[in-house]
Design a protein around this ligand. Sequence first.
Ligand code: NBX
Length: 862
Amino acid sequence: GKPKWPRGDEKAWKEAMRDVDTDTPSITRSIVSHVQTSLARQAYNLDDFGAYQAAALSVRDNLILNWNETQLGYTKREPKRAYYLSLEFLMGRTLDNALLNLGLKDQYKDGVKQLGFNMEDVLEQERDAALGNGGLGRLAACYLDSSASQELPVWGYGLRYRYGIFQQLISPEGNQLEAPDPWLEMQNPWEASHLPVLQHARLDIFLPPQLPRLDVTYEVRFYGNADRLPDDSGRALWHGGQEVLAVAYDVMIPGCYTRNTNNLRLWESKPKRGFDLNSFNAGDYERAVESSNSAAAITSVLYPNDHTTFGKELRLKQQYFWTAASLQDILRRFKNMDKPITDFPEYVSIQLNDTHPTLAIPELMRILIDEEELSWNTAWHIVTNTFFYTNHTVLPEALEKWPVPLMEHLLPRHMQIIYDINLFFLQAVERKYPGDRDRLGRMSLIEEGFPKHVRMAYLACIGSRKVNGVAELHSELVRTTILKDFVEFEGISKFGNVTNGITPRRWLDQCNPELSALISKTLKLEKSVWLKDLYKLKDLLPFAEDPHFRKEWAAIKQRNKERLAQHVKTFLGLEVNTKAMFDVQIKRLHEYKRQNLNIFGVIHRYLAIKKMTPEERKKLNPRVVFFAGKAAPAYYIAKLTIRLIVNVARVINADPDTKDYLSLYFLPDYSVSVAEILIPASDISQHISTAGTEASGTSNMKFCLNGGLLVGTVDGANIEIAEEVGENNVFFFGHLAPAVEELRYQHLYHPVPIEEKCPALANVLNQVSGGLFGDGSVYEPLLSTIRQGDYYLLSDDFDSYIAALAMVDEAYLDNTEWVKKSIRTTANMGKFSSDRAINEYAESYWNLEAIKVPTTSNFLTG
Ligand code: NBX
């Protein structure tokens, strides 16, 4: 029989639980108690870091209670749940966000002040959780914040990498160097592990026992053999190989102004046994620990490559380890409800964040067929009603493909299942288009070649209920290019769009508290209202006509510029002219994002200023250009771009003729926290990808929400931003997406020398070659990408880019009109809240309903 619960005296439990829930200690008492017990430190030797740790633990106490309450509420109500599978969650810092969402910001600020600390300094102590590369990972983090805030029962699943995205250093020559990011070294108070306390005791400098739940571990198999059973059941037995343990770590995700606190479950790999006793007894100690090393290696590091795929075995192991552990966990939770397995899609939706978790499709087939003993058709029906696939890129080099021999070796049963899916799928295609061999070749899950490859985007597409892109233009490109044949075959209604969004909590209230306060004051609304209904910003529009309001608006921008200047002073030791226009481009370095276009534009401007007389220069409005971003460690051209930026900065910042009118900074080690300082300080930001290449972009939304104007191409979400804020408030330039193919064709077959086609750009390139910024030969490989081929069309867009920047200069001269543009931009950004986006997923894709967790505890009686 089931053991009695709770154990012991129920009344004693109830009373104690009520006390825990209601007798909350004062904030100072809670912090001091953590100082003295959890940290084993004392008042007289407490530094900022200790104060951060104690404050974090105190806040964590609140989160845990809410989180327990939420999970219990969900379990009792048995709602449909959605799961967001993402290999990346770029969370940034947590303390400030948790305080905002709990509504305890002012209280904690006062609390730490009473104890002698300044909240801003305390917040600065926290290290970013940087388990992601860029937009895709940060989008996942915004969606978690919105899911909890919208009271939706959504969990995230990911990997607990020991090393996040690398730390970027810049050498004296201007080269990017990579150092590891051991982010867990100083402890992470924001997670609850499911490890036995004793195993962790050695590491636990200050954390109290962390909800040890040994039951949340699963076994994951690799390699071995898959033998089809001799009957006609279609089942197989997968055996042998390597077995690895997945251990859960739970990160609490508080909703904004609600008790709902969702869960982000991150898996860590562990050897199933500490070491292989057979080898150990034979005296081969090294071999004995080798297998345990290889198990632990699976979750050791985040792959730092975005937009490229390498057939690396460890990466495939990560993908399978994570999807297998997550599916076991999801199935166990479903089975606790005692529903027939065929109801699975009524209770579970799984969103695939790009193709990285696509193995979940054959894995669920394997479980349903081999373990649950369902027929192929029943299993396929369940699978294709459970999964949803979001595509984040149409760049061909970014589409994941895995070599068949590697898949066969690592996941022999999954390779069989993929072949079977492909067989049934191509049979259906053949029935619809008899004799169309070309089409079968194009649509096959297997790309021919030596070796063959599995096309993951096609597998994700046919295994899912719906497929979506992340902005209107991008979704249309998905439908008309990479998945064209699939749209024709399956019908257009399966292929939708959900335009990305950003959380206004972090990207307005937290990063720009003064602007947030001004908005609340002006709208006469608590921020708890407009931060959860961002269309309310529309009511700021009339205030664009109010000179007093404009003055306050502009003054806040100015103080944010000074805050950024202070940051540059502290970390780079450089002075920034805060009277200048601040022009910002911050994103991963990539040729398609065209940081090269920007730096060539800067050089062009520099050369123009050099030619002017001192009188002419005095009429210029000064400009400060900021770059930040990381390059994939093996992306040679992207790294050369960084080197060029750093060396151009060195020359022009030192040139007495020009330095008052133009200066340039490359801020190393870009991160979420650095973005929080840069974004509110921008007058303009640049989103200048070759049209049709940037799926959406999300920082474009963050800048505009903070009243920075957008300079960009007609690409991704730029288009929808312009629709919302009005085309007269953005600076568009460049060729449109439909022209790109034709232009590339011309580059290939009717090349025009760059001197003829774009003399201004040719001149810039020649200055670089000629050594104006140090040895020109260093940059030859970068320059020749433009002189030859020019795949990203810099020579086609350069002149209109320069013209757009001239329009910016002109518009900036009229300060009143400029501030109006800034206000109108912010006021029209309501659409881009990630609350809107997550609600679209919940309603149109997952059929998910919100569940409010009551604010009083009643889970023993209720
Ligand atoms: O996803 C980005 C797109 O480039 C952006 O346009 C878009 O706004 C954002 C969110 O939808 N994609 C992205 O960040 N991709 C990766 O980081 C990535 C990481 C690993 C990988 C492939 C791509 N193997």
